[in-house]
Design a protein around this ligand. Sequence first.
Ligand code: GLU
Length: 490
Amino acid sequence: MVITRIAPSPTGSLHIGTLRTALFSYAWAKKNKGKFLLRIEDTDQSRLVPGTEEEIEEMLKIYGLDYDEKSKQTERKDIYKKYAEELIQLGQAYYCFASKEEIQEAREIAERSGEQFRFRSPYRDFDLDKAKEKIESGEPFVIRLKVAEGEEFEFEDLLQGKMHFKSEEVDDTVLLKSDGLPTYHLAVVIDDHLMGITHVMRGVDWVPSIPKHVLIHRAFNWEMPKYLHLPLVLDPEGGKLSKRKGTVAAKDFLIQGYLPEAILNFLMLLGWSSPIKHEFGEKEREIFSLEEFIELFELKDLNKSSAVFNREKLLWFSHQYMMNFSIDELHKRYGEWHAKYSEEKQLRLKIAEKGDKYLKEVLELVHDRVRLLSEIDELIRIFYFEPEKIKFNEFKQIKNLSDEQVSVILKSVVNELEKKSENLDDWPHEKWEEFMRNLAEENGLGAGKVFMTLRLAITSSPATPPLYEIMTILGKSEILTRLSKYVDNI
Ligand code: GLU
């Protein structure tokens, strides 16, 4: 059975690059009817950030990458100790009592002679009984791997290809620290083995650790899982994707209003090429659901070269998904986003006051323009709040209309509306259009100018959704309220 895992350390928010690794690992497991595991690698206690373990779990859930089992390394502490001691029995590891100063001195000697420093402790061949006495007397110790001399190794990564290294290049790596906790290197090897991991996917930045992992597996005489070290995700400006240049945390993208399924789709194409053939000139397919991706996903289609995190493209994906939503879906997703992340408290109250039916009508109008859920707050504002008064002569769209003419237009709209006894709530946009065209004609003005004047008066903005639809939604009394502030005072 294929078993994959994601093994984040809870030292900060889940990075979008780690989410991509999780996506590929998840897809490979699910494709093969296998399992995808979450393992929290928390043995470096000094780097833990409270709350991030919960955040990792929450993110995997929201992004739809549900794990089959979860484990946490600090809860498995005794296991690592037992295995480290087993390596001592096997002669593959040793208790080391070297002090920091001794190690530093050895480093300086090596550096002075221009050699690469690889630590070989004076305790490599220390008598085991004597070592145990020292431990009993309370001396601090670590357990180190006893790297054999003069051996050469070959390792094959399914993505990166073959690599060669010599045992001289590897430190007598610490396996168990003086606090009794394992190092990452020991814990990762033991856990991958005990959990039956068949494929390890992780970032290419872990390649330097391969020699250690090969040697630890070998010390136990364990077969290694298959490895795929995934290429880096680069910032379009160059270098690794980093916080300084923009959002990198899976959670922050959600706060910004991106749709998780759009992000996931975008991540699929960061390092994977779809096998779907396309004719010359035909557009390559880019939209895939998670199910489709799982169906198509093969390890051979993973790329070795780095992927660029194009934020414009991500926005494009988000827009595509948003446009495909029904109004009910958009309404639901916006409601969830708004309740969780929006800081527009006043708007929230107004939305509640006006009700769901009104909000859905409004959403229908702005739907096409929405790329991020967060943009909706801004796009729908004009339907809930009377905008600030404007100066008409500042708008180039109506620059050849005098204040006088603006006033005439607005006054006639007000007069005409007031003449009508019904409240016009059920006037469809065609009616409003007809009303406005007649008005322009009666005043001998171009329809375009009249429409723009009214648009500005009602919304304070020259670029809005279609005017008549806005009028239908706002209704007669709200339109009159908005116009009244201009009637004697342009
Ligand atoms: N704990 C490592 C990390 O935080 C996991 C590396 C691995 O997958 O082996 O990325």
